[in-house]
Design a binder for this molecule. Structure first.
Ligand SMILES: [Zn+2]
Length: 687
């Protein structure tokens, strides 16, 4: 009877193997995520297989060999469970990575200056989802195949363990059988319809509206700059320098603004009002005879009118509304006729020989008769008063006041007209911009719903696999003392319902290993990676890969959590500041990642523990004696024959050498994948 290891430190471990190849590089480093992910896989599996050693080292008699056989059998199930957990974690976190990257693309689509780059980000997200889909498909197939082979693996591994305990002519024959005996796992949970199509459509719509906003915004900025220049920058003059030259107004009433950013249309309006108010109160007649007398009188009326008119104008310019009510001042006869300058009865009239005559002033040399009251310029055109042939005050004279200053580039009204025209362009552009932003908000809301739906799809409760052996393994071992063992055993069962001397039965089930809760070794492996994570620039590669690493660790170890990782990634999108729709969207998406409520998965490793075999059989609805009898009857007398038989069975199902359950692609690293491989030679299935 053999107790413990026969040769060296870990032949048992090697024999029980079910080993996954180590992915840690020979030089001992793990500088890339690919290697860290591999570490995750290999560590969990090594923990799983190492757990069996404890019990194996204690086998002393037939009962203990039976115990060891049950543990060895269940250990295959433990390893399988770990493989399934790792693959499920990969599928889920890859889905999260893809959806969060698509979410980042939505946010980028809502940043007008960057919207053109959103398609590239979206395609990274969608490629991850596509990769996930094909990975999930192949993982489901690999797991399915492994589950089919699991009964044979359980039997081969346990028979091998029993046979290994032969020593000094003392032979044992026996093996463990898994319950349920065939798979009860529904693998459809690994495959869903998550593809990001809806998010992509919404992102396109959002990007299109963002592009319109960007274009309108640029138009608005250009119009504003044109107006600011007319107001503040000499070319060759501007409103400000005209005011400085033509009035005594100080800088408090005639300020300068350094850039269009500091400037508003309203400032030009206020400057113009200050200017006309000052010109009105300070108007005085220069030397120049009756012509200057007439021009001064007309100017006074014009300035008074302009002061009032500009006072009534307004500039509304907020984020949500724009209304530019600025207008040019009358500088032609026709324009004068459209204003109160034409209809206000402010002009003194005298009674002359030819009738009532209108003057610019009673100082007019033509005003010789008595004053008969004031009249408006329009009554000249009606014929009820006459224009004075000396001062020639009429609507045309009024139109002349601002004619030159509007039409030549050194007049105040020339620059005012530029401001007014730019304000119309600005108003149109801003209205387009506001409309585009409204469309962006609508598209962003659709994008949020699509993102929400995708997260919901991922947040369904993680299903449990139910492989052969999920309920446990039952082993039967006997010590053949004669060539007639099977018959004798059979008779013994029939008569007493008890196992004969020299035979034993045992059971093992999987129990979570509390010691592996948290899996901090893995967390530390990812720490180094996280420190190298920069912000999300549009070169996504490094960020996406780290995001996946964060999610995988968050999912598996409760070390980080999914909400934090997702939030960090979305916060890394640059250029959001000052963009209302993008900020809104990012906040909503981060909120959805947190509120979807991904609990850290229970990734505690499962290790086999001994139980009463009846516990396992009860679950399968079978009786101990009946099963044991059937099992013992089927055992060949020679352990070597049994082991050989089972090995060839495994070979038939999985082949020899290495069996690759799945290739785990690394999101963000195109063409890089980690094969999750089971080395069949470790359980002796290669001859
Ligand atoms: Zn006159």
């Amino acid at each position: 009877m053999m107790r413990g290891n026969r040769s060296g430190a870990s032949p048992l471990l090697a024999r029980l193997g079910f080993g996954i190849q180590s992915y840690v590089r020979d030089d001992g480093g793990y500088t890339s995520l690919a290697v860290a992910v591999a570490l995750l896989v290999s560590l969990t599996l090594v923990f799983g297989t190492a757990a069996a050693q404890w019990s194996m080292a204690r086998s002393a008699d037939v009962q203990e060999v039976a115990d060891a056989a049950a543990m060895a059998g269940e250990n295959c199930v433990a390893a399988y469970s770990t493989v399934a957990q790792v693959l499920d974690a990969c599928v889920l976190t890859m889905g999260l990575t893809g959806v969060i990257v698509c979410g980042a693309a939505l946010v980028v689509s809502a940043i007008p200056p960057l919207q053109a780059k959103s398609a590239a980000v979206m395609s990274v997200g969608k490629r991850i989802l596509d990769t996930r889909k094909s990975f999930a498909h192949s993982a489901a197939q690999g797991l399915q195949r492994l589950e089919q082979a699991l009964p044979a693996l359980v039997m081969a591994n346990s028979a091998s363990c029993v046979s290994a305990n032969a020593t000094g002519g003392m032979n044992y024959v026996g093996m463990a059988v898994p319950f349920p005996q065939s798979s009860k796992t529904d693998f459809s949970f690994l495959e869903d319809a998550l593809d990001g199509e809806e998010m992509e459509e919404d992102a396109q719509e959002l990007a299109e509206a963002s592009a319109r906003k960007d274009e309108a915004h640029k138009r608005a900025e250009a119009a504003k700059e044109r107006a600011w220049r007319a107001d503040c920058v000499d070319d060759p003059r501007c409103l400000r320098s005209r005011v400085a030259t033509l009035t005594s107004l100080g800088s408090a009433f005639n300020p300068s603004y350094a850039s269009p950013k500091d400037w508003e249309f309203e400032y030009a309006r206020v400057r113009a009002r200050n200017y006309y108010g000052h010109r009105y109160t300070h108007e005085h007649r220069a030397n120049g005879g009756v012509e200057e007398m007439q021009r001064s009188a007309a100017r006074k009326q014009f300035y008074g009118y302009a002061y009032e008119a500009v006072g009534r104008m307004s500039c509304l310019d907020t984020e949500d509304a724009v209304a530019m009510d600025l207008d040019v001042l009358p500088h032609t006869t026709d324009m004068v006729k459209g204003t109160r300058l034409y209809t206000d009865a402010v002009w003194p009239c005298t009674s002359e020989e030819e009738g009532m005559v209108l003057h610019c002033s009673l100082d007019c040399p033509g005003a010789t008769g008595p004053f008969v009251g004031n009249a408006s310029l329009c009554v000249i055109d009606y014929g009820s008063v006459r224009m004075c042939l000396v001062c020639r005050m009429d609507a045309r004279a009024m139109g002349n006041v601002a004619d030159a200053s509007t039409n030549i580039n050194n007049g105040f009204e020339h620059y005012w007209r530029i401001v007014v025209e730019a304000s119309k362009d600005y108003e149109r552009a801003r209205q387009d911009e506001i409309a585009a932003e409204r469309d962006m908000q609508e598209a962003a809301e659709k994008g949020r719903s699509a993102f929400d739906a995708a997260m919901e799809m991922l947040s369904v409760e993680r299903p449990k696999v139910c492989p052969p052996g999920a309920w446990g393994c039952v082993s039967v071992v006997c010590r053949p003392t004669s060539a007639m063992v099977p018959t004798e055993l059979t008779r013994a069962f029939l008569s007493s319902g008890r196992l004969p001397a020299g035979a034993a039965i045992s059971g093992a089930v999987l129990a979570p290993d509390e010691a592996t809760k948290g899996n901090t070794v893995l967390a530390r492996a990812f720490d180094g990676l996280r420190s190298s994570t920069g912000s999300l620039t549009l070169d996504l590669v490094g960020s996406v890969t780290s995001l996946w690493g964060d999610l995988l660790v968050g999912y598996g170890s409760a070390y980080g959590n999914i909400a934090d990782a997702g939030g960090r990634f979305l916060n890394g999108v640059e250029g959001v500041f000052g963009e209302r729709v993008a900020s809104w969207l990012r906040e909503k998406l981060s909120g959805l990642v947190s509120s979807t409520g991904f609990e850290p998965a229970d990734l505690r490793l499962r290790k086999p523990v001994l139980v009463n075999s009846q516990t396992v059989l009860d679950k399968a609805g079978l009786s101990t004696v009946g099963e044991a009898r059937t099992l013992i009857q089927s055992l060949p007398e020679s352990p070597e024959v049994l082991v050989e038989l089972l090995r060839s069975h495994v070979q038939e199902m999985l082949g020899t050498g290495e069996f690759t359950v799945a290739e785990i692609p690394i999101p963000g690293l195109e063409g890089v994948s980690i094969p999750l491989t089971i080395d069949l030679s470790k359980i002796g299935v290669t001859s």
